[in-house]
Design a protein. Structure first.
Length: 84
């Protein structure tokens, strides 16, 4: 089952192949791996968080969303909406 995720800034709606984390310069990102129209793999930043704990919490939230099959689209939360 594919999951569609709308980016934190609401500018992208992506059918995700995988969801990964990227930690760089004390910035904690959740990124999507997806296939574009030319069948090439790409990555897109879905959201940025102020801590690794928040980043992990968001991954937990996505996992719960997938497990419950509530629907096929997940909206990335803003940093201030994630409580750890």
């Amino acid at each position: 089952m594919a999951i569609w995720i709308r980016s934190q800034d609401k500018t992208n709606l992506i059918e995700c192949k995988t969801i990964d984390v990227l930690n760089r310069f004390n910035e904690f990102h959740v990124v999507a791996n997806y296939i574009d129209f030319g069948e090439a793999e790409n990555y897109n930043d879905l959201g940025q968080y102020s801590s690794k704990r928040k980043q992990t919490k968001v991954l937990d939230m996505i996992q719960k969303h997938v497990e419950t099959y509530s629907n096929k689209v997940y909206q990335m939360p803003q940093d201030n909406e994630v409580e750890v």
